[in-house]
Design a protein. Structure first.
Lengths: 441, 322
């Protein structure tokens, strides 16, 4: 039986200057790389396959299997791309990881690139996180200087270039094919699949795209073994992972636990909801995963558990809202997000998200008209599954799940403004005594 | 662009409102002067050289343009097109797609308040409204003194610190209307302002230069992590919880772990190493660690360096023996 919390990726986040190469090496950093370089690339792929690691960016696709899809006979170079475009509302796990221990990711990049025989790797990080970009750039520079990146890595004969690439503000670039277009210097719009990136990705060459947390998990798997990793988690959802607790909870933050922990366990550990309030609804993995209610808090937070509840594990971004929150308001804000972030390529998503906002705005203002809810559901039916990528599916998931669980609040939007039904100032969390570090000097 | 729509409306007899009120192209009619020099063009060529195909450099190059011009200027568009050998229209198409690229001049500092659902509900709406009143600007507008451009932004991946404000894309965590006003006042007066998890604030243009890939030597500013990022780590320490040791996971005999353990001690700096031991022995390790400092204790109860070193050894052994 493993412990309730199992910090691996976050183990040294509390250490002084953990982002520096020397400190990372002192805590065993880059020993996994040395081990990996003693293995054949195929063995590393096999190890990651055996570990059961599944993508931590939302979809949960087995990482090792993704790697094994890279064709052996393709004459083009193979590329590794790390998706560090963390933008899914509620998701905030990759940023602290890259800020605190960027070398964990860099070591993962080198091992993973070696495994798929890539000689170029890119870390595509969203541009709106300056300090994370600084720490990544510095970590890559340090790794070059130490001979972990560059030509003839640690004398192994393996050559690798790593580029930190800052995006410019577009949620859609978290979608892997849109990310590739963006990395090619174009508007970030998704591509039709097939061909999948493993066959024709960056520059139409074989490309593996993985989330930050997935790649950062690789060094620990190489160091400790596939069985060690698989000893954590549930039958089909293996390993430890970062859960991000946010919203009206007493103590928001990051918790690293084996897959399959429940929201109740996490809330019990951290002091529950803020004092005097109860959980009303929550997301298991960002705003694109259908919302759930208190009746779901004992379900395992793994890929299967959330799918069985009609939702998705997603990015494990547990946004918890209490009884003061207007579901109509939160839904409107999420849909406004999707409307803003729709790349415009597919008509159902581009136009549909705009119309959803119009109807939700009048419901929020208490000026809804008869048939609005049916109209919304009809729109959702014509948006979800009818676009190139999953942005459209995410845009409607938060709407249909909200109506499913809280239809009466949308009905109230026919006559009562949401801010009268549930006054907005009661939802704020301004705690004047709790001042974070930094600020004006 | 909105002028064109208005023109159409006059003739069609229908009232037409664009869905994209904040959209529009690059301002080719406005200020055509440029601060771009040959040095900047050389830097653009350096950026292009980082990539197997030069066009991949376009996003960082546009960040560089903003760092020099304070916006994506017509001259900047032309420069990118020239360096990459693509058309100005292709560059414009990219520049108008991404939210971080600004077609109007940005102030000395860019202040973004997150108003995506969670931050908005926890207080971001109130923070934004307060700043708009205080600064006398609407969304995406700049104060008259040119100090602050205020914008509401989408989720910035710091939800556990909500409500979140960004200054030149640096994190300001758990802001209140009062603390936000204090920050923008200090910025306007040129006083020193430090991010919650980040560096001393420079300027939006300097931030854009870093995003183009030219360091400002501030990576070592700020903490390793914010307090809230350490929530799970703190609780794990209190309970003495850790990831399993590799040996336990693989049910390896203690003798096998022997050589790995001795190497780990050579590598480590003497802290107790419970990660090598089984879960059942962990309480003993806790007792061993009793006199150590907090950070040593932490390292002893988490699968740090030793776990990695010994794990690699153990799995190697395992493969040989099975």
């Amino acid at each position: 039986m493993t412990d309730t919390l199992t910090p691996v990726l976050s183990a040294s986040w509390g250490d002084e200057r953990a982002w520096k190469l020397g400190n990372y090496e002192r805590t065993g950093g880059y020993t996994a790389l040395r081990s990996a370089l003693q293995m054949a690339p195929e063995e590393v792929v096999g190890l990651v396959k055996d570990s059961g690691l599944r993508g931590r960016g939302g979809a949960g696709f087995p990482t090792g299997m993704k790697w094994s899809f890279v064709p052996k006979d393709n004459p083009n170079p193979t590329y590794l791309v790390v998706n560090a475009d963390e933008s899914e509302p509620g998701t905030c796990k990759d940023m602290p990881l890259m800020m605190a221990t960027p070398h964990t990711l860099v070591e993962g990049v080198i091992i993973s690139a070696y495994a798929i025989k890539a000689s170029y790797a890119f870390i595509y990080v969203r541009g709106e996180v300056l300090h994370v970009v600084r720490r990544l750039q510095q970590a890559v520079r340090e790794a070059y200087s130490a001979g972990y990146i560059g030509s003839n890595v640690l004398g192994s004969g393996y050559d690798l270039e790593v580029v930190v690439h800052a995006g410019a503000g577009a949620y859609i670039c978290g979608e892997e094919t849109a990310l590739l277009d963006s990395l090619e210097g174009r508007r970030g719009q998704p591509r039709l699949r097939p061909p999948f990136p493993a066959v024709a990705g960056l520059y139409a060459s074989p490309t593996v795209i993985n989330n930050v947390e997935s790649i950062a998990s690789v060094p620990s798997i190489v160091a400790n073994g596939a069985d060690w990793f698989a000893s954590m988690g549930t039958e089909r959802s293996k390993g430890m992972t970062l859960y991000s607790l946010s919203g009206h909870v007493a103590n928001p933050g990051q918790l690293e636990a084996p897959l399959g922990i429940t929201l109740r366990q996490l809330l019990d550990l951290t002091g529950g909801m803020r004092a005097g309030h109860q959980l009303k609804f929550w997301t298991p993995g960002g705003s694109s995963t259908p919302i759930l209610t208190p009746e779901h808090i004992d379900l395992p937070l793994d890929y299967e558990g959330m799918a069985a509840a009609g939702s998705m594990l997603g990015t494990k971004a547990l946004q918890c809202f209490d009884e003061t929150t207007s579901v109509v308001r939160s839904t409107l804000r999420w849909v406004e997000f999707y409307k803003h972030e729709s790349c415009g390529k597919c008509t159902p998503c581009r136009e549909g998200s705009w119309w959803l906002v119009q109807i939700l705005m009048r419901l929020e203002a208490g000026q809804g008209v008869e048939g609005d809810i049916e109209k919304i559901l009809d729109l959702c039916d014509n948006i979800g599954g009818r676009s190139f990528c999953a942005l459209a599916d995410g845009a409607v998931a938060c709407v249909t799940s909200a109506i499913k669980h809280f239809r009466e609040e949308f009905e109230a939007g026919m006559h009562t403004p949401a801010w009268e039904l549930l006054p907005y100032e009661r939802s704020t969390v301004f705690i004047r005594s709790e001042q974070p570090a930094g600020g004006v000097r | 662009m909105s002028g064109t729509n208005g023109h159409l409306a006059d003739h069609s007899g229908h009232h037409f409102t664009t869905h994209f009120v904040e959209s529009g192209g690059v301002d080719f009619d406005g200020d055509q002067t440029t601060a771009l020099t040959e040095t900047h063009l050389e830097e653009m060529r350096q950026i292009a050289a980082r990539y197997p195909q030069p066009r991949s450099a376009l996003l960082p190059m546009l960040h560089l343009v903003q760092s020099v011009e304070g916006r994506v200027s017509p001259a900047g568009i032309e420069a990118c097109a020239d360096v990459l050998g693509i058309s100005a229209a292709e560059v414009s198409g990219v520049a108008t797609f991404y939210t971080m690229y600004k077609r109007k001049p940005v102030g000395r500092h860019h202040v973004g308040v997150c108003t995506t659902a969670l931050c908005a509900i926890l207080g971001g709406d109130e923070v934004l409204a307060t700043l708009q009143r205080h600064l006398g600007v609407g969304n995406d507008e700049t104060t008259e003194d040119g100090a602050i451009t205020l914008e509401h932004i989408e989720c910035n991946a710091a939800c556990d610190y909500a409500p979140v404000m960004m200054v030149n894309w640096e994190f300001f965590d758990q802001v209140t209307p009062e603390s936000a006003v204090e920050v923008v006042d200090a910025l306007r007066e040129g006083r020193e302002v430090v991010a919650s998890r980040g560096a001393r604030i420079s300027s939006w243009r300097e931030a854009e230069r870093v995003l183009a890939g030219f360091p400002d030597n501030r990576a070592d500013h700020g903490p390793t992590a914010g307090e809230r990022s350490l929530l799970g780590l703190r609780i794990a320490r209190e309970h003495g919880w850790a990831a399993p040791s590799p040996q336990v996971a693989e049910e390896v005999e203690p003798e096998v772990a022997g050589p790995a353990a001795s190497e780990a001690e050579a590598v480590g700096d003497g802290q107790p190493d419970s990660s090598r031991r089984g879960a059942a022995e962990r309480s003993t390790a806790e007792a061993d660690a009793g006199t150590s400092t907090d950070s040593e204790h932490a390292r002893g109860t988490t699968p740090g360096p030793e776990a990695k070193t010994s794990g690699a050894q153990a799995s190697g052994e395992d493969q040989e023996t099975t």
